[in-house]
Design a protein around this ligand. Structure first.
Ligand code: CA
Length: 686
């Protein structure tokens, strides 16, 4: 089948003409049908002209130029193939009418909000510098407790509201102001492309949106007017700009592994091409009835051009690939290369699994699963589920992990602390940049609900000290580990969905963030905020290479875990020690290191609080850890050297220039490690 590599499919608007181009090599006939509105139920609905497109037999592309100003007119294609004519919206739609049934001719420039030209991407230098907060647009502000104005609740524009407080009482900040205080670097948005499951006309219903309909257009139900194709685009950009203005990057959850239905614009335009089939049967590694054939050239082109479009048109700073195991490694590396041309700091990570690997239809060796991480760029990261399970037990049952006192998987915990980048411990990642370190996401029980369930409790508003201690142990483990830390929005306020482990279509009463919990669980929120602050001030925790992995010295008695992390970065603390006791009795552990240990330590995090202030002073290296406690210690000398507090501003790390971000996948052979001095060889003691 012939392919087409130019990036001009879809409709291209000029004020005196519009060019329509669609790839459909097997079609016998293609027409474009213009409409006045996005649906027939709207006032002023009218069917306008239709125009025949002409096939270029060399490329399979059908094309027509329609003269006149077509701005804001809606259109569909009538595609005749295999003797059947079907009407469909454009596979390459940039704008849509209500519920995405008709595409719209859009003057994209006119959708830009004020100041959009000055809007800049928000990047971190290395993926491991990011702190990611995963949120659903509806959940963010859907509760009145968000303090967001009623007309913006659950909408893109909620992100643009400043000065919001819990219940509008003027005390505790919510939403954007809250995020600035919390210190996360990136907001990860659950699907915001156009999905099928929420009726945009009624605005009723709730869904996570893992049922893509139109990949290159924002979802309409989050806009204030889903009928006007321009509104959702403009409001989406306003959301991005508001987050950028607050210094926060925006990551999109992208679901290129399947479409909402087999009866999609793809299948109506080029029947069966875009899906994997076995005989007459659609394969189902997505678990949703079809799987997108990422390995086919035009499907691959579609994915690559789609992410580039979001990065360029909407200034998106990162992408999270749903069921990345359904996608082939060649495509994901091409996504990386393509985004590198825009900026190598754009984040990419994904789920390294499928719903059913036997139904994947591509060779195991080609799938983006952990076993094939070595084939991927070290800046295509994967969720570390083995760390997650070792920390808290299985997602939804009452099993327990390390934070609830189970020591059977302690080596999975240690390997996770090292982002699975150490050959000593269960390595699959090339470098920490390839690992997403986390303990909760939108799927499954919230961390709080899981901790309650595994403790045999069901009071979701509990303030049980023991459960809170487990939660803090989890947070301390995630934020002091290598890799990129990631949390479900509200994990830091003991977010509950009342035990609902799969809330994808549950109502807002279950899903929306209850911002009053920032008051009730303020000690926990402050603990997370303090950990983020610590992480930002001590660069070895954010190391992009394996230098810290190789210099970290572990000590464990099979229950407590302690490790020391040296640092030679100028202007920062010289060494950190981190110790965990998951038992109900105090424990003692002796710290060790490859280099000389300090004579004294300053405690900056304990079971109660975390931050950059001295909690207490300790002499020597034999450390007592209270029950159910994480301790973070800083070498006393360098702490005092910084005046007993911390430098006002973190100095630019004086490391030698680490690996170029254009890593091995760009074809350039990059240095495997920076020329930074390795303090010592890796070693572990039992
Ligand atoms: Ca929709």
């Amino acid at each position: 089948m012939m392919n087409y590599n130019n990036n001009d499919l879809g409709c291209t608007y000029y004020n005196d003409r519009t060019v329509f181009k669609v790839w459909s090599p097997d079609a016998a006939n293609v027409r474009v049908q213009l409409y006045k509105t996005g649906s027939d139920s709207e006032e002023g609905a009218q069917k306008l002209e239709s125009y025949g497109l002409k096939l270029d037999p060399n490329t399979g592309v059908w094309c027509v130029t329609v003269f006149g100003d077509l701005k804001d007119l809606y259109y569909t294609y009538l595609v005749t193939v295999c003797g059947k004519t079907q009407e469909t919206q454009d596979v390459y739609s940039k704008a849509l009418g209500v519920n995405g049934r008709r595409s719209m001719v859009c003057d994209m420039k006119s959708t830009d909000p004020e100041g959009w030209n000055e809007d800049k991407h928000v990047y971190v230098k290395y993926p491991t510098d990011a702190v990611i907060w995963e949120v659903h647009v509806g959940d963010f502000s859907g509760s009145p407790s968000s303090g967001v104005s009623p007309e913006h609740r659950g909408k893109y524009l909620a992100f643009t509201e400043k000065g919001t407080t819990v219940n509008g009482e003027g005390k505790r900040p919510t939403c954007l102001d809250y995020l600035i205080k919390l210190g996360v670097t990136h907001v990860h948005l659950n699907p915001v492309y156009d999905f099928d499951s929420v009726d945009e006309a009624s605005g009723e219903g709730y869904n996570w949106g893992y049922d893509p309909a139109n990949y290159n257009v924002p979802e309409g139900s989050y806009s204030t007017n889903p009928y006007d194709g321009n509104t959702r685009i403009r409001e989406f950009k306003e959301m991005v700009k508001a987050l950028h203005d607050a210094g926060i990057g925006v990551i999109m959850d992208v679901v290129y592994n399947h479409t909402s239905s087999i009866d999609s614009c793809f299948n109506r335009t080029v029947p069966d091409y875009y899906y994997r089939k076995y005989g007459d049967r659609y394969l189902n590694s997505s678990g949703c009835g079809n799987v997108f054939a990422s390995e086919k050239p035009m499907a691959r082109n579609f994915i690559v051009n789609s992410v580039a479009y979001w990065a360029n048109e909407y200034h998106i700073d990162g992408f999270r690939f749903d069921l990345m195991g359904c996608i082939d490694t060649t495509t994901m590396n091409l996504v990386r290369l393509t985004l590198d041309e825009i900026d190598p700091r754009i984040l990419i990570y994904g789920e390294p699994w499928t719903a059913d690997l036997g139904e994947n239809g591509i060779a195991f060796d080609d799938a983006c699963v952990k076993e094939n991480a070595y084939k991927l760029s070290s800046r295509v990261a994967m969720f570390n589920d083995s760390f997650r399970n070792a920390l808290k037990g299985n997602n939804d049952d009452s099993s327990i992990g390390y934070i609830q006192g189970n020591n059977h998987n302690i080596y999975y915990v240690i390997s996770g602390i090292l982002a699975c980048s150490s050959s000593t411990f269960l390595k699959w990642a090339k470098k920490p940049t390839q690992c997403i370190t986390y303990n909760s996401a939108h799927d499954n029980l919230t961390l709080w609900d899981k901790l309650l369930k595994s403790s045999g409790m069901d009071d979701y508003d509990s303030t049980d000290e023991h459960v809170l201690a487990m939660n803090k142990l989890s947070a301390a483990l995630v934020f002091t580990s290598q890799g990129t830390p990631f949390i479900l929005a509200g994990e830091e306020m003991a977010r509950t969905k009342h035990g609902d482990h799969n809330s994808y279509k549950s109502p807002l009463s279950v899903n929306a963030i209850d911002w009053t919990r920032t008051r009730k669980y303020r000690n926990l929120v402050n603990y997370y905020r303090g950990l983020i602050e610590i992480r930002k001030l001590f660069s070895p925790l954010r190391e992009a290479t394996t230098v810290t992995v190789n210099n970290t010295y572990f000590e464990t008695d099979g229950r407590c875990i302690a490790y020391t992390v040296p640092n030679i970065t100028h202007g920062e603390w010289d060494m950190m020690a981190i110790a965990f006791n998951n038992g109900n009795e105090p424990a003692k552990i002796t710290l060790k290191s490859h280099i000389t240990l300090p004579e004294s330590w300053v405690v900056i995090a304990d079971g109660d609080r975390a931050g950059t202030e001295q909690i207490k002073h300790l002499d020597g290296n034999s450390i007592s850890i209270p029950p159910m406690t994480a301790l973070i210690l800083v070498d006393g000398h360098s702490f005092l050297k910084c005046g007993g507090t911390l430098p006002e501003k973190k100095q630019e790390p004086k490391k030698s220039e680490p690996e170029t971000l254009q890593d091995e996948m760009s074809g350039e052979k990059a240095a495997e490690e920076p020329e930074r001095e390795t303090v010592n060889e890796p070693a572990v003691s039992e």
